[in-house]
Write a protein that binds this ligand. Structure first.
Ligand code: ZN
Length: 335
């Protein structure tokens, strides 16, 4: 006879199954003695990421106009993102900080932080940047004018907002933090006479890494999304991610291969890029990788990078679906 006694430990998510064994006594009567055996809880099925919702969220951001620090569109979009994440039951806060840009302007940044099951340990950090670059300086025309930033900014945020919705429905027993960083894209571009000034980029993540929203904040690992909604995507292994967190790269690319996404999540390693994950690794000491569209042959980001063509026309629901589903699969299948 086997009797099952179930006990759910909220922190460790283990189920203890009591197994009955029999022992012999002197008078030949048999009494059951319970020997606990610890096994893992059956895992929740991976939810179905909704690309239509994610696409609508990219469009909602673009419809505000370019989300340039200091503009009305920027302020309105922050309100929208906070309300959206709150509506899914996450604990949302906005980290305000004063930063100075390379051109000597001062802004109050807004890092939007949404915590899913904030009381649980064993956390995962998911991030994207929600601001857009003020100028299409890599375009051949109108270099001083802003652009929509549908992919550069919009897509990563949209995937995480839809993921927050899926978490709230699934009720997975895991601590997850979504941080939407501000002022990632206000950096000084390299020129023929001047090299790129690395630390002028990623001001929101640099600020957060030096001033985490919770003292001593720790996550097991982090995943940054940047330009994850474009047509014909290629996501090679990004060099900074491989340098600091190769185990996480291998894990995520391994899941992608199992899901049949190997054609897009390729095994080439790019040069090291400067993105929010650099500062999360260096300053916050958390292992964080970057999933970013990059053309290995051209040694560059896609053609619409920091150009007027970064608008809704480049956004492909299939790409949003692939990246969102991959993230959910990683979260729902890992031990
Ligand atoms: Zn950018």
């Amino acid at each position: 006879m086997v009797r099952f006694g179930k006990f759910q430990n909220r922190l460790k998510a283990f189920v203890i199954i009591s197994v009955v064994v029999f022992v012999s006594c002197n008078n030949e009567t048999k009494q059951p003695v319970e020997a606990p055996k610890v096994v893992e809880a059956p895992r929740l099925p991976t939810p179905d990421f909704n690309a239509d919702s994610a696409y609508a969220c990219v469009k909602a951001q673009v419809d505000f106009g370019p989300r340039i620090p200091g503009t009305k569109a920027h302020a309105k979009c922050a309100e929208y993102l906070v309300a959206k994440l709150k509506s899914y039951g996450l604990q949302v806060s906005v980290q305000n900080g004063t930063v100075k840009t390379y051109d000597d302007k001062q802004f109050t940044l807004k890092n939007i932080i949404a915590e899913y099951k904030p009381d649980l340990g064993n956390r995962v950090l998911l991030t994207a940047h929600w601001d857009t670059r003020p100028w299409a300086d890599l375009d051949s025309i109108n270099k001083t004018k802003p652009f929509d930033g549908a992919d550069d900014g919009g897509s990563g945020v949209a995937v995480l907002v839809e993921l927050a919705r899926q978490l709230s429905i699934s009720k997975i027993e895991k601590g997850i933090d979504i941080i939407l960083f501000d002022i990632e894209d206000y950096g000084q571009q390299s020129s023929k006479t001047e090299p790129q000034q690395e630390d002028t980029w990623c001001l929101g993540s640099q600020y957060w890494a030096k001033n985490p929203h919770k003292p001593g904040y720790f996550a097991n690992y982090g995943i940054l999304l940047d330009m994850v909604g474009g047509k014909n995507p290629v996501f090679p292994k990004e060099g900074t991610s491989v340098e600091y967190a190769s185990g996480i790269v291998d894990k995520v690319w391994g899941v992608a291969a199992q899901m049949g996404y190997g054609k897009y999540f390729t095994n080439e390693v790019t040069g090291q890029t400067t993105d929010d994950h650099l500062y999360i690794n260096q300053l916050a000491n958390l292992k964080c990788i970057d999933i970013v569209h990059y053309d290995v042959e051209k040694h560059n980001y896609p053609y619409f990078h920091h150009a007027h063509s970064d608008n809704m026309d480049v956004i492909d629901k299939n790409t949003l679906k692939m990246v969102g589903q991959l993230l959910l699969e990683v979260l729902f299948t890992e031990k």
